[in-house]
Design a protein around this ligand. Structure first.
Ligand code: NAI
Ligand code: MG
Length: 491
């Protein structure tokens, strides 16, 4: 217990309100020493392996297969066979049963998945438990519901599955991105070859267990692990009919160039530099919570993170003051501790990228603020950071940092807010904080962003389409729109 300070006539108050450690147990997770690729319902022995670690401790968790062109070829062949030998011809109501089963098993095993996700990726357990897992299950539930209603979703257009979908996903929401990709694909009657990101393969590999439990026919979903070379082999494989990619704009552009003229369908969900715009009539304390959720959620490893805060000049000072005070209360540390707000940075590579951009911000003349916090000695960590005095031309206002770093800018009028917010090559998301409904609607029309949140931020729902404009990519995931990339309407 903490010390109690006796205040003369008042009730005793604890001097220190710090939380006691509340670590989630790891026992529920059973790791294998070594994992292969999941192809045609079987484990394929890898020819080469690399180690996957916990970014919070740098301990090795398992050996993972580095998929070769041959591995990818076997996975595509298995997917092609499964497509032709029954899956694509199965009535939608039958396909739906498998998706419902997968959703329920994910719910039943959610604690196991949440612990593993935090262990391998570094995100706080309260996020993997309360956001990633419920949403992943919800995506399967949602698309299960569409599987037998495609004719109604697209009346008179005769929707048909596309074929084999190659899906490449990033490390910031490993299982959730898998769900976003796999659920609509198989609901529509496609089969899948999916590659998780090299740093976070473990929940995708555990998911193979769920597929077996759900008795999904072999080959409908195949998982091949490895780095960008494995991803490139999927992109280039002639037997793949559609590529869905989430990741960096750089790789997205390269994929688009490679696919030009091949006839393969493509959707890209890339980076962002979202504006979170706070007007002077908004509820400031509520806005501060939204700003914190917008940029420090998942260590800022969020493509739609609210990384540029636009504060109306008249409230700039109180807003920044409140924000700084709030930052002091964020708990940074062990991802498996139930009280942790900000976990570990996903990889050394990403940490170095954040450090480099933060240095650039300081050199260009922005003013840095970081709350006091003690970081663990091992692992990859970055203190939640706020930059003020930021000019639009600074790199920290232009480039995606993909870390817990906020750049604060100001504006005077709604027109100026729109102009500055849209002054970016990206266009994935935006936030507007104001009491005026008419202003929310006007702003939402003006902002070039795929998602505009009003008086909230980083809210996701499987029924709501998500995707970008400009260099944030094209195509939508989620909702009715999310079915379209997995269907063809040609005959
Ligand atoms: P990345 O784009 O290289 O990786 C994403 C996925 O693409 C991974 O599965 C990777 O193995 C795969 N990949 C890499 N090169 C490929 C290629 N030539 N062909 C096919 N697949 C390939 O992203 P990275 O290097 O992990 O992060 C770099 C930056 O990208 C981050 O700092 C961040 O700014 C941004 N990023 C954005 C994400 C988003 O959700 N929009 C997710 C991850 C990163
Ligand atoms: Mg890369």
């Amino acid at each position: 217990m903490t010390d109690i300070e006796q205040k003369r006539d008042r009730a005793p108050v604890p001097k220190d309100w710090a939380y006691a450690p509340a670590p989630e147990s790891r026992d529920i997770v059973r790791l294998r020493e070594r994992y292969g690729h999941f192809v045609g319902g079987e484990w394929l022995e890898p020819t080469e392996t690399y180690e996957t670690i916990s970014p919070a401790t740098e301990e090795q968790l398992a050996l993972i297969g580095q998929g070769t062109e041959q591995d990818v070829d076997r996975a595509v062949t298995a997917a092609r066979e499964a497509f032709a030998n029954g899956w694509s011809g199965l009535p939608g109501s039958e396909r739906a049963k498998y998706l419902f089963r997968i959703a329920r098993i994910l719910q039943e095993r959610s604690r196991e998945f949440a612990v593993l996700e935090s262990l391998n990726g570094g995100k706080p357990i309260k996020e993997s438990r309360d956001v990633d897992l419920p949403l992943a299950a919800a995506h399967f539930f949602y698309y299960a519901g569409w599987a037998d209603k495609l004719e109604y979703a697209f009346p008179n257009r005769r929707p048909k599955p596309v074929g084999v979908a190659g899906q490449i996903i990033p490390w910031n929401f490993p299982l959730l991105m898998l769900a976003w990709k796999i659920a609509p694909a198989i609901a529509c009657g496609n089969t899948v070859v999916l590659k998780p990101a090299e740093t976070t393969p473990l929940t995708a590999l555990l998911f193979c267990d769920v597929l077996r439990q759900a008795e999904l026919p072999p080959g409908v979903v195949n998982i091949v692990t490895g780095d960008g070379r494995t991803g490139a082999a999927i992109v280039d494989h002639e037997g793949v009919d559609k590529i869905a990619f989430t990741g960096s704009t750089e790789v997205g552009k390269a994929i688009q160039r490679r696919l030009a003229g091949t006839g393969k369908k493509l959707t890209l969900e890339l980076g962002g530099k979202a504006a979170n715009i706070v007007f002077d009539d908004s509820a400031l304390d509520q806005a501060v919570e939204g700003i914190v959720n917008g940029i420090y959620f998942n260590q800022g490893h969020v493509c739609c993170a609210g990384s540029r805060l636009f504060a109306q000049e008249s409230i700039y000072e109180p807003l920044v003051e409140k924000l700084k005070r709030r930052l002091e209360t964020l708990r940074v540390g062990d991802p498996l501790d139930k009280n942790t707000d900000v976990g570990a940075i996903n990889s050394q590579f990403q940490l170095e990228k954040i450090q480099e951009l933060v240095e650039a911000g300081k050199e260009e003349g922005a003013e840095i603020y970081q709350p006091h916090c003690r970081l663990p000695e091992k692992g990859y960590w970055f203190v939640p950071t706020v930059f003020t005095n930021v000019a639009q031309s600074y790199r920290i206002a232009q480039e995606e940092i993909f870390g817990p770093v906020l750049s604060v800018l100001t504006f005077r009028t709604p027109e100026e807010a729109v102009e500055k917010a849209n002054n970016t090559p990206y266009g994935l998301s935006a936030g507007v904080w104001t009491e005026k409904g008419s202003r929310i609607l006007w702003m939402a029309q003006q902002l070039r962003a795929g998602v505009v949140w009003a008086n909230t931020f980083n809210r996701f729902d499987p029924t709501s389409p998500f995707g970008g404009y400009k260099e944030s990519g094209f195509g939508r995931e989620g909702g009715l729109h999310g079915l379209e990339p997995y269907l063809r309407f040609d005959e």
